[in-house]
Design a protein around this ligand. Structure first.
Ligand SMILES: [Zn+2]
Length: 349
């Protein structure tokens, strides 16, 4: 079988590699890889920025936004041949820390977790892969063309869970959400907001293209004016921040409604400085009982929430998010993001 592999830490090493087919076992599902989504993390690993090969090896199989079809399910597992599945990305650390010991490996305290396609475990950008039944999640068969959107959906399912958990500390009746950034995370966060019956607003810098069409088709409102203006008018109860841009983050935090919750999901590059009125920021957060929370990754609970959310979504709308499908042998075409791309997908078969 062929797989997309890379020598982590060294730029320019991504290649298609012939690897031996995995053998069926009674402990793991054998899965035919259908597609993987490509995201910034994959591009950064390919650029040599980070990534870790499995112990004792030079190369790592890439891919963490998986989608496959079960070829062989171990007897006694909850899966059947032909099931549409995704594999979970993270595994608990070996110690394990208290969070990992309780299944909350997305909140790992010691950083020794492993991740398929990123950190010490081979990923899912392979024509065949295996996965432990406990770390596979079945998808609605209607999602055959779009199920690789699961992993980013798990990230927003967790972000919404953080918002709910924080909101529940007192009386909570959110009406309006502002989502900053109309990439896959922002658009999927908007989908979950609409599914909750909220008044959803999405802000980005672009003025035309498929991202805006996707916002409108969802029944949300698109904005491209400066964040402080838009948030100042909207006074959102919830902000889900998906740009990682410092100025956007601080302008959003400063303009929430009272009891506002801002959930930060964008990972930014250190070293960019901006001038902020720290006194005003502190005053706003304290006097409004605001909360700012960071959120990353997802555990099994979030995978199941995400599978439910995608299962009840309009498949035609989800299809809008996949702006390019690139066959595995042309993987280099998937590594450069075009300005209008939402999600680029590598097809594996
Ligand atoms: Zn841990």
């Amino acid at each position: 079988m062929r797989a997309l592999t890379v020598q982590p830490g060294t730029a320019g090493t991504a290649e298609l590699t012939d690897l031996p087919d995995p053998t069926p076992s009674d402990q793991r599902l054998l899965v035919e890889g259908l597609a993987v989504g490509v995201c910034g993390t994959d591009r950064e690993i390919i650029a040599g920025d980070y990534g870790w090969a499995p112990p004792g090896r030079d190369r790592l199989v890439l891919g963490h936004e998986s989608l496959g079809r079960v070829q062989h399910a171990p007897p006694g597992s909850d899966f059947h041949d032909g099931d549409l599945v995704v594999g979970v990305v993270r595994r608990p650390d070996p110690v394990p820390c208290g969070a990992c010991a309780h299944g909350e490996f997305d909140m790992c305290r010691n950083g020794r977790y492993t991740e398929r396609g990123i950190k010490e475990l081979d990923g899912y950008a392979a024509q065949l892969w295996t996965v432990e039944p406990d770390y596979a999640v079945r998808l609605d068969p209607r999602l055959t063309e779009v199920g690789m959107l699961m992993e980013p959906t798990t990230v927003v399912a967790k972000a919404w869970e953080q918002v709910d958990t924080i909101g529940a500390r007192s009386f909570y009746d959110p009406r309006r959400v502002l989502i900053t950034g109309a990439g896959p995370i922002g658009l999927l966060a908007a989908l979950l907001g609409i599914q909750r019956g909220l008044d959803v607003h999405v802000l980005d810098r672009i003025t035309a293209g498929p991202k805006i069409d996707a916002v409108t088709a969802l029944g949300a409102t698109y904005h491209h004016d400066p964040v402080d203006e838009v948030a100042g008018k909207l006074q959102p109860d919830v902000v889900i921040e998906a740009t990682g841009a410092g100025s956007v983050v601080f302008d959003a935090i400063a303009n929430t409604a009272a009891y506002g919750i801002t959930c930060l999901t964008g990972v930014s590059t250190p070293g960019r400085r901006l001038s902020i009125d720290a006194g005003a920021q502190n005053r706003e957060i304290v006097l409004d009982n605001d909360v700012v929370v960071g959120s990353v990754n997802a555990n099994l609970r979030h995978y199941h929430t995400a599978a439910d959310a995608l299962g009840k979504a309009d498949v035609d709308w989800l299809r809008r998010l996949i702006t390019r499908r690139v066959p595995l042998e042309k993987f280099t075409d998937a590594l450069t993001a075009h300005p209008d791309d939402i999600k680029v997908v590598l097809t594996l078969s």
